[in-house]
Design a binder for this molecule. Structure first.
Ligand code: GLA
Length: 372
C-alpha cells in the first residue's frame, strides 16, 4: 500500500498564556513550520516509529501492549496518540511511521502537539476512521497528559488542528467554542517574528505542574470551577495569599487580553486603522509579557532581554510564548525594522554571552492536512 504523508503545524500564541487549563481564552495561530508523518499500514499489530531528528531512537511496539508510561523519549508522543485513540474506542491498524520536523524542540512552538496531531491524522486515515477535529485534539491532549505525563492544556493540539490560514484562533477553553479572527500582519507592513532564545524547557518538569496546582487552589478559594470563570479583578481580594493572588491575576488579565486583541483584529479595516490596531496588539503583548514575568513568574532572563531589545529596535511589542522557563518570544515588528530588530537581539545576546538566537518568520498558516 502506498504511504500517506500528513503534516501538522507548530503554533505561536498571540495572547492567553497558561489560560487554557484554566478554561480561559487563548489566541494562537498556526506556523508554516511543523511535523510531517509518512505512514504506511502494516499487516501485523506493530507500530514502528522512526524520526529523522533521532535516527538512533527508533521504537517498535505492539498496539496491544501500549500502557501509559510504557514508551519514553520522542516516541512516547506518537505511541501515546495510538494508545489514546485505542482507549477512545477507535480500532487502529499497525503502521510504520517516519517523522520529520522543521520545528525546534523545546522552543515553545508546540513541536510535541505537531508530532501528536500529524501522527493522529495518519493513524486515523490508515484505519479508515474519521474523528472530528475538536475530539481529535482532546485525544491528542490525553496522550500528552496521561501517556507522556505532561499536564498541559488544549491550546497546542487545537491550534495544530483548528487554526486557519491568515487567521488566529480565538478558543474558549471552557466551552471549546472557536472563532476565526483575521490576522495577516503582512498586509499592514508588519512582520511576526518568533525568536528562539535557545534556552530549552521540558514541560514534564515541575514548574508547569506547580503553576497548574496553584491555579486550582486559587479557583477553589474563589469557589469557581476554574479561574477562566472570573472576570472581575475585584474578586482577587478574596485571596489572602499574595502568590496565589498574583497567579490568578495573570490568568484573569491574560484571558481578557486575548479577547481584547481578538476584538481589535476583528474590527480593523483600512491601512491607517491597521497601524493603530498593531500598536494596540503590540502594547497588549508587552502587558502580557510583564504579567507572565511578574505575576505568573514563568519568564526567563533571555526572554526578558529579547522583549526589551526588540522594543528598543522598534517592535510594536513582544512576549514570551508557550509554557515558559525557556523557549521563544513572539515579536510584532514593522517590516522595515525587522532586520534591525534581529540584529539588535543577536548583538545583545552576544554581549551577554547567551546562546545565538534563532529567528523564524511566523506566518499565519493552514491547519494540519494531508500532503500526499
Ligand atoms: C504549553 C502547554 C499549553 C499551554 C502553554 C502556556 O505550551 O502545552 O497547554 O498551557 O504552555 O500557555
Amino acid at each position: 500500500m502506498k504511504a500517506e504523508v500528513w503534516f501538522a503545524p507548530g503554533r505561536a500564541n498571540l495572547m492567553g498564556e497558561h489560560t487554557d487549563y484554566n478554561e480561559g481564552f487563548v489566541l494562537p495561530f498556526a506556523l508554516a513550520q511543523g511535523v510531517t508523518a509518512m505512514a504506511s499500514a502494516r499487516d501485523d499489530r506493530l507500530l514502528v516509529l522512526r524520526s529523522k531528528q533521532a535516527p538512533d531512537q527508533s521504537v517498535t511496539v505492539s498496539l496491544d501492549a501500549l500502557t501509559a508510561g510504557s514508551v519514553s523519549g520522542w516516541a512516547a508522543y506518537p505511541a501515546g496518540v495510538a494508545w489514546s485513540l485505542g482507549t477512545a474506542g477507535y480500532p487502529l491498524r499497525g503502521a510504520s511511521i517516519d517523522v520529520d520536523s522543521d520545528l525546534p524542540v523545546g522552543a515553545g512552538v508546540s513541536s510535541s502537539a505537531a508530532l501528536e496531531c500529524s501522527v493522529a491524522l495518519a493513524l486515523c486515515s490508515l484505519a479508515g476512521i474519521s474523528v472530528p477535529r475538536p475530539e481529535l485534539a482532546a485525544i491528542a491532549q490525553r496522550a500528552e497528559n496521561e501517556f507522556v505525563g505532561a499536564p498541559t492544556g488544549i491550546i497546542d493540539q487545537s491550534a495544530a488542528l483548528r487554526c486557519q490560514e491568515r487567521h488566529a484562533l480565538l478558543l474558549d477553553c471552557g466551552t471549546l467554542e472557536t472563532a476565526q479572527v483575521p490576522f495577516w500582519p503582512a498586509s499592514a507592513g508588519v512582520s511576526a517574528l518568533v525568536i528562539d532564545t535557545r534556552v530549552t524547557h521540558a514541560l514534564v518538569t515541575g514548574e508547569y505542574a506547580a503553576r497548574r496546582i496553584e491555579c486550582e487552589e486559587a479557583a477553589r478559594l474563589l469557589r469557581v470551577r476554574a479561574l477562566g470563570a472570573v472576570t472581575d479583578l475585584g474578586r482577587l481580594y478574596e485571596i489572602d495569599d499574595p502568590v496565589l493572588r498574583r497567579r490568578a491575576r495573570h490568568v484573569i488579565t491574560d484571558s481578557a487580553r486575548a479577547r481584547a486583541v481578538a476584538a481589535a483584529l476583528r474590527t480593523t479595516d483600512g491601512l491607517a486603522d491597521q497601524q493603530e490596531t498593531y500598536r494596540f496588539v503590540g502594547k497588549s503583548l508587552v502587558e502580557g509579557h510583564a504579567s507572565l514575568r511578574d505575576d505568573f513568574e514563568v519568564s526567563w532572563p533571555e526572554a526578558d532581554l529579547t522583549v526589551d531589545l526588540a522594543i528598543a529596535a522598534g517592535a510594536y511589542g513582544a512576549k514570551m510564548i508557550g509554557g515558559g522557563f525557556g523557549g521563544s518570544v513572539l515579536a510584532l515588528v514593522p517590516t522595515e525594522r525587522a532586520g534591525a530588530a534581529r540584529a539588535a537581539v543577536t548583538d545583545g545576546f552576544a554581549e551577554r554571552g547567551s546562546p545565538h538566537p534563532e529567528f523564524l518568520d511566523a506566518v499565519p498558516s493552514p491547519p494540519a492536512r494531508r500532503l500526499a
